[in-house]
Write a protein that binds this ligand. Structure first.
Ligand code: NAX
Length: 327
């Protein structure tokens, strides 16, 4: 038996693929810890409420000792009221013939509404992780619509890209994923991202010494950047359990810290590394005392700057496409 008061955690898109893994990991105590009871709020659109209710029934049937309450709702106010951690997973999928701008606009409406509801009803120290794509720009929209909160309370998820890259490096070098340090994925959660091994080390040795330039440029970078599409091709469905796992990793480290280790989190830029202040971009970060700190003072080569700039330009273009929704 645990004595602590439950913390409220909200998951949107609760009837979807990712939530079907994510909710079980949260209920198991993988985010806040095995001693922290949780109250789960599942937000869905009206037409998918039955699906979310079924998920809640299965969660109940799993008899997790930490789960004290489950709410299923289509009302953002009810879902976010008092919440300490929000996983914004629910989003409009890209359908055939849809342009990127259409996708941005369809999702912009969702994240405007949810940003406002979080601003008005969530706990003042709420942490918001946006998973739904385009994740970085959706996080920017939500943060902009929450003027009473600090933009740093809104992150975009790039931990899946980070984890995918570690898995590729582990496969190539024979080391375990947790042996790699000082690795980062810069920029946008999209094919323009830059998984960067220039600073990475394993056992105190530069990773660059263990891999050849050709594999790095022609295999590693495109494999990581296009992994989502590859999963769809092979599995017939988009990444779900790996995305949920990455979301748990991100929120866990944000809350508990990363023991001085670099992680990739998409957080508001402070203007470092040529990334416009305020853009939510993948950056080298260390989680400490409940917040992400950007790793400063890294010397970038021209080649690194070029790759970062290309991804950041895409983020600028996305921001421009939704400019009317930003305050
Ligand atoms: P699904 O289509 O299975 O589920 C999405 C759910 O969101 C649906 O049940 C839908 O009804 C719900 N939804 C739509 N609008 C909503 C709203 N306004 N409020 C609450 N719920 C709403 O998608 P799933 O596979 O779970 O993926 C969810 C999102 O994650 C997608 O946008 C996807 O592109 C994105 N991803 C992001 C990743 C990342 O690394 N940042 C990786 C995995 C994934 O591709």
């Amino acid at each position: 038996m645990t004595a602590a008061n439950p913390v409220k955690i909200t998951v949107t898109g609760a009837a979807g693929n990712i939530a079907y893994s994510l909710l079980w990991r949260i209920a198991n105590g993988d985010v806040y810890g095995k001693d922290q009871p949780v109250e789960l709020a599942l937000l869905e659109i009206e037409s998918a409420l039955d699906g979310a209710k079924g998920v809640a029934m299965e969660l109940l049937d799993s008899a997790f000792p930490l789960v004290r309450k489950i709410t299923v709702t289509a009302d953002p106010k009810e879902a976010f009221d008092g919440t300490k951690a929000a996983f914004l997973v629910g989003a409009m999928p890209r359908t055939k013939g849809m342009e990127r701008a259409d996708l941005l606009n369809a999702n912009a409406k969702i994240f405007t509404e949810q940003g406002r509801a979080i601003n008005d009803y969530a706990a003042r120290d709420v942490r918001v992780l946006v998973v739904g794509n385009p994740a970085n720009t959706n996080a920017l929209i939500a943060a902009n619509n929450a003027p009473d909160l600090n933009p740093s309370q809104f992150n975009g998820m790039m931990r899946l890209d980070h984890n995918r890259a570690l898995a590729q490096l582990a496969g190539k070098t024979g080391h375990n994923t947790d042996e790699f340090t000082r690795f980062v994925v810069w920029g946008n959660h999209s094919a323009s991202q830059f998984p960067d091994v220039a600073f990475a080390e394993v056992d105190g040795r530069p990773v660059a010494d263990l891999i050849d330039d050709r594999w790095y440029a022609e295999d590693f970078i495109p494999t990581v950047a296009n992994r989502g599409a590859e999963i769809i091709e092979v599995r017939g469905k988009s990444s779900a359990a790996s995305a949920a796992s990455a979301a748990v990793d991100h929120m866990h480290d944000w809350i508990h810290g990363s023991d001085g280790q670099w992680r990739t989190a998409a957080i508001p830029s402070d203007g470092s590394y040529g990334i416009d202040e305020g853009l939510i971009a993948g950056l080298p970060t260390i989680a400490k005392d409940g917040t992400w700190e950007i790793v400063h003072g890294l010397e970038l080569t021209e080649a690194q700057k070029e790759r970062i700039e290309a991804s950041v330009q895409e983020l600028r273009d996305e921001r421009a496409a939704v400019a009317d929704l930003l305050k």
